[in-house]
Each structure stands twice: as C-alpha cells, then as structure tokens.
Design a protein around this ligand. Structure first.
Ligand SMILES: Cc1ncc(COP(=O)(O)O)c(C=O)c1O
Length: 407
C-alpha cells in the first residue's frame, strides 16, 4: 500500500519544536548494528541490567491470578498510594495523604502531566544543564519555554545559587531539580540543596519539581536529600517525583509517582484521565510489593554499581584527552572530551564536536555512548555503567585505544 505523504500542515506545529530522545536513538542504533552482525557494546541506555527481583514478579503473577486486570482509579490504586505514603514517611520524613499522591506510567508521565496541567504559552521552566533529555522537550510540547542555567563541570555540575536567582523571572513557573542527576551522576547534599531552596523561598511564584528517580543509587557516605524535606516552607509548591524504574529494576513495568499539593495532583489526574487512564493494574500491584517488600537487594546492587563506577572513572581518566569526574550517584559518568576536539580519527574524520566524537567511537570501536550536546553541556559524553562489568572493561579499553589513535 502506498503511504500518504504527511504534509507539514498535517503534522502538529508542536512537533517542530521538539527532538526525539537522543538516548533512545543511540540505543536503537546500537541494537540495529548488533542485529547486522557488528560487535557493539551499547552504553546508551539508562536502565539497570539486573532483573526485577522475584518477590516483585510473584506479586504481579498473583495480581493476574486474583483478577486485578481491570481499570483502576486513574492515578493509582489505594494500595499503591498507601505504599507510596509510607515510603515518603519512612525514607524522606515527608507526610503526604493519599489525595496528595499521583501514580503514572513511569516517572516520565508524572512529569509530563504536571507540566501539561500547569503551563500556559510563554511560561518559563528553569532547567539546570546538563539535563535529562526529556525535560526541555516536555516543556516545549506543553507550550512552555525552557530556561537553562548552567551547572558547570568546574562546580561539580551543580548550579550556583546566584545563577539560579538570575534565571528566575516573573514568568517562571517551575524549576526542575534532578539529584542524583542523569546524565552526570552529580547529587546535591542537604546543605547544597539548602543554598538553592533559600533562593526559591524568595520567589514565591516558583514551583519546584524534584526528580528523585535515582534516590537510592548513591555511593559511599553520600546522604540523599530532597527539597520538601530540606525546606518545609517550599512543600506547598513542590512536586516530589520518584518511581520504581531504576531502584527496583522495573523500567519496563512503567510505574512512577509524585507527591504534592492535592490541587495539583487533581489537575494531573484530569490530564491522565483523558490520555492513558490508570497505569497498568498488574504493574501497580508489583510496585506495592517493591515499596513494601524486602529492600536488601538495593544495597547489593549498589555495591556492584559502585565497583563499576570506580572501574569506569579510573579507566576513562587513563584515556588520552578525556577527563572524568567521580559522581556521587545514579549510574552515569559524564566525561569531558575537550582534549579530543580538533583531532582526527583513523578514518580521517576531524572531530569538531562531542557528536563527532561519539559517531567516530561507534564507527571505529563499536562503543555506543550519548553525546553531551543532547544533555545541554558540551564537549562531554554520557556513559551508562548499568551494564555487565566485563562489557564495561572492554568498552573502556576500546575508548582508550580510540583516544590513543586520535591525531
Ligand atoms: C532523571 C530521570 N527522570 C525520570 C526518568 C523516567 O523514568 P521512568 O522510566 O519511570 O519513566 C528517567 C529515566 O531515564 C530519568 O533518568
């Protein structure tokens, strides 16, 4: 069948404003190359390589057998909301009531709901760079305007309080804070967060969306903190977002959640009620078990991630022209490739940007990573170390060889 040509007037103008996800694109490219027989190590995807724990799988199977296969309340079952209320209390010292909780199909939907439910054309959202690829695109889709504030490498990829203050205007509706961060792994401790919340206290029209997706993935002595806990005065205008994807190795199950003022939560449910309705009933039952069940595997997984982080940071710092800071959390590193810019690869291609760097690395050595430009801070690239340790060792060897071969 001949496909109709989609004219520009058929597609929504909003689509011109946004880019497809660069991280998903890299992951797909690596998959395609592998399927075509190339020896490719894909370090683009941000998901744990560990399987979902068995108790969580068993809870899902039991939910199917019990007949939990029907529509549920739009923004989460009472059982899951109760488990989330208990989680916020236990782990963050935060008191939320069930009507202050929203559950969506992944953290992604929770953020998107919040933005769609609140942004009017021209409303600004302050986004620290480097950022998770989806924030600016979601803001643009929702009709808002992303305003970037740099978290420079020299400052540990953290935003300075004065820079945040300057980025805020009367049109600012939200600031999105993500700690530990995707793509850098950098995290704000309570004291560092307080410096930012002090600024935000002085701007009562600004709401805070904290993306705490990597809360449990921190290493060494780092102690996680979140805005509503560090500065209770901001609680009436904070959405504390989290989810089970990363901590519980449940990326495919699609469950994320947020805690915030009931009025915002109701508005988010209104959005969700007209697009996806409830998140998968079976995944919700699994998430109840994830939050209420044994938590000891988290420390075991973290020990593995920490070893991998140390290995990758050490090996990358031995690669010519790279500099890799040691992150506090998540499972990403964000090395600078400034020392490779201006050089030429074996195939004769000059490396003028981090995009050229990652393209040549994939071509010459079969290692798939994501260019920093996609996260708003160049010249860097992101490696996800949520991959088998041996693959990481091999990938880093290849990166070292690639860098050594640049002239
Ligand atoms: C910082 C950050 N926030 C949110 C998400 C979304 O997670 P989910 O898979 O639950 O939608 C991700 C996933 O990559 C992430 O890295």
């Amino acid at each position: 069948m001949q496909e109709a040509f989609l004219s520009m007037s058929f597609l929504a103008a909003a689509l011109d404003r946004i880019k497809p996800s660069a991280t998903i694109a890299v992951t797909q490219q690596a998959r395609q190359l592998k399927a075509a027989g190339r020896d490719v190590i894909g370090l683009g995807a941000g998901e744990p390589d560990f399987d979902t724990p068995n108790n969580i799988k068993a809870a899902a199977k039991a939910a199917i057998d019990r007949g939990d296969t029907k529509y549920t309340d739009v923004d989460g079952t009472p059982a899951l909301k109760a488990a989330i209320v208990a989680k916020f209390k236990r782990e963050n010292g935060l008191d939320y009531r069930p009507e202050q909780i929203s559950v969506g199909a992944g953290g992604k939907q929770v953020i998107y709901n919040a933005l769609v439910a609140t942004l009017n054309p021209g409303d600004e959202v302050v986004i620290p760079t480097p950022y998770w690829v989806s924030y600016p695109e979601m803001v643009l889709l929702a009709g808002g305007k992303p305003v970037f504030v740099e978290g420079a490498a020299a400052d540990g990829f953290r935003v300075k309080a004065a820079a945040l203050d300057q980025a805020i205007t009367p049109r600012t509706k939200w600031i999105i804070l993500n700690s530990p961060s995707n793509p850098t792994g950098a995290a704000y401790n309570a004291e560092e967060l307080k410096r930012l919340t002090d600024v935000l206290r002085a701007h009562p029209h600004v709401w805070v969306l904290t993306d705490d997706m990597y809360e449990h993935l921190t290493y060494g002595n780092f102690v996680f903190a979140t805005v509503a806990q560090v500065e209770p005065a901001l609680r009436p205008r904070t959405l504390t977002m989290n989810g089970v994807s990363k901590t519980y190795c449940m990326t495919g199950w699609r469950i994320g959640y947020g805690g915030g003022p009931a009025e915002l939560i109701r508005a988010m449910a209104k959005v969700q009620s007209q697009c996806t309705s409830n998140p998968c009933s079976i995944s919700q039952a699994a998430a109840v078990e994830a939050l209420n069940g044994p938590q000891d595997f988290i420390a075991r997984n973290n020990a593995v991630f920490r070893e991998r982080r140390d290995l990758v940071v050490s090996m990358l710092n031995q690669a010519k022209g790279l500099h890799c800071p040691m992150p506090e959390g998540a499972f990403y590193v964000y090395p600078s490739c400034a020392g490779a810019i201006g050089k030429t690869g074996k195939a004769g291609k000059r490396i003028a940007s981090d995009l050229d760097f990652v393209a040549a690395l994939l071509e010459e050595e079969g290692v798939a990573v994501v260019h920093g430009e996609a996260f708003g801070l160049s010249p860097h690239f992101r490696i996800s170390y949520a991959a088998a340790t041996e693959s990481l060792r091999e990938a880093c060897k290849r990166i070292q060889r690639f860098c050594a071969g640049l002239r």
